[in-house]
Design a protein around this ligand. Structure first.
Ligand SMILES: O=C([O-])C(=O)C[C@H](O)[C@@H](O)C(=O)[O-]
Ligand SMILES: [Mg+2]
Length: 447
């Protein structure tokens, strides 16, 4: 609105400064969150996993919250970025990226080309930065929304659905962490065979109403995992199934699994590692391939899409750089006729709320989203989000619609302070060595 228009209509343009939206303070709180002994191809989850909680406080007194990875390499980037934010507006989301570009990434953090700890594809300086920016972006959107009285989805252009569907994220798991390991036990049974996986799925279906099922594979011989999916398909006929070995199979093994499960799989997720191998599998698998490993950055899209290597991208606002970047990814997928689903790592309610807000705004979110949330017995929000019929209601309260529980935050931060460093960086292979001292991260392809 121009000055003249403002005078005619009798309103005064309000700058973000005048509205108190300038950032006065940023608080970073690393925490350790209880995690069950979930198995994947690299090992087993540690009993505690690091997360970072970000609070952005405006001059107007509004606090916005965000959540992202909390390993040391992320904290090392979050701290200098946090120092740069005071004086900037929570509405200046593009400016956040410029500020983040000024934060140098320690080259030793990116020398391995693959993020082995997180099974999340390449590890570049940009991707590390984006993983941090996303947490700040969510905190800024939350503060902005709270100050304006608008839900985050409205700041993203508005929701196109009122509920977001999630899938059951099944894991092979032990009942407990190894003897003598400090942990927070849960009440889930072991699941190391088809019967255990089916029992786990039944509980997910009963308690949360999920109707599609993803099994984290790459743990046992492929034929055992084929048997588990077959058992699931028999127990839940006609319901969508997914299997994700995190790139652990060769091309021939991937094609064998595809052949055996073609009739029941909604998609096969990262059967083999790398875009060329995925393209080879995609060429004759007869089942769509999904990925959160070979397309995890904008730079990887062109090769994968032009080679037809993936039919579904699993977005993840954490490493794609936030909720707005997730929408950009969605637009690119839409343009290329590639499907979109959502990836998840161990996360708490702040991130689940953020995932739900952005998912609500994306027209082409074609599949139920992944979420680890049901595995998390701890949280830092005052009221846990509840799945009904496998779905979450999209919050319409201002901001993300969740509130920080400061007491719980303090307890989980104290656990991080008390840790001797063992748990502060996720390392599934090291956690596995506690049970099996000879364990080394398996070379890929494992089968
Ligand atoms: O879909 C995926 O590849 C993942 O969720 C990666 C995660 O790290 C998962 O494998 C896990 O938590 O063990
Ligand atoms: Mg995956």
């Amino acid at each position: 609105m121009t000055q003249t228009q403002a005078q005619t209509t009798g309103t005064t343009p309000q700058t973000p400064e005048a509205q108190g939206l300038t950032i006065a303070e940023v608080r970073l709180t690393p925490i350790l969150v209880a995690d069950p002994p979930l198995l994947n191809t690299q090992g087993v989850h540690q009993p505690y996993t690091p997360r970072l909680i970000i609070e952005v406080v405006t001059e107007g007194g509004t606090t916005g919250i965000g959540e992202t990875y909390g390993d040391t390499k992320y904290l090392d980037l979050a701290r200098p970025l946090a120092e740069k934010l005071p004086g900037h507006s929570v509405t200046d989301l593009n400016g956040l990226f410029t500020l983040a570009d000024e934060v140098a990434v320690d080259a030793s953090r990116v020398e391995n080309s693959v993020d082995v700890g997180g099974l999340r594809g390449v590890q570049t300086a940009d991707k590390l930065r984006l993983s941090i920016v996303s947490g700040f972006e969510v905190a800024c959107l939350d503060a902005w929304g709270k100050a304006a009285g608008l839900p985050v989805h409205a700041l993203l252009g508005g929701k196109v659905r009122d509920r977001v569907e999630y899938s059951a994220y099944l894991f092979y798991r032990w009942a407990e962490h190894p003897d003598g390991v400090a942990c927070e036990p849960d009440d889930w049974d072991a699941a190391v065979d088809p019967a255990g996986v089916v029992a786990q799925a039944e509980r997910f279906a009963r308690d949360y109403g999920f109707t599609s099922f993803k099994l984290k594979g790459g743990v046992f011989e492929p034929d055992q995992e084929i048997a588990a999916i077959r058992a699931l398909a028999e127990r839940f006929p006609g319901q969508p199934m997914r299997l994700d070995p995190n790139g652990a199979w060769s091309v021939p093994t991937s094609l064998h699994v595809a052949e055996e499960l073609r009739d029941v799989l909604e998609y096969l997720e990262d059967p083999t590692s790398g875009t060329p191998g995925m393209a080879e599998v995609a060429g004759s698998a007869g089942v769509p391939l999904a990925t959160n490993m070979c397309v995890t950055t904008f730079g990887e899209i062109r090769e994968a899409f032009t080679k037809g290597a993936v039919q579904v991208v699993l977005s993840d606002h954490h490493y794609w750089g936030g909720l707005r970047n997730t929408r950009e990814l969605a637009a690119i997928c839409r343009t290329f006729g590639v499907g979109l689903s959502m990836h998840s790592n161990t996360h708490l309610g702040i991130s689940l709320a953020a995932m739900t807000h952005v998912a609500a705004t994306v027209p082409n979110l074609d599949y139920a989203c992944d979420s680890h949330y049901p595995w998390q017995t701890e949280d830092v929000i005052t009221e846990r989000l509840t799945f009904r019929d496998g779905r979450l209601d999209v919050p319409d309260a201002p901001g993300l619609g969740v509130e920080l529980d400061r007491e719980r935050l303090a307890v989980l931060h104290q656990r991080w302070l008390d840790d001797d460093g063992t748990m502060r960086d996720r390392d599934d292979a090291a956690a596995m060595r506690v049970a099996d001292p000879d364990w080394v991260t398996p070379a890929i392809p494992r089968w």
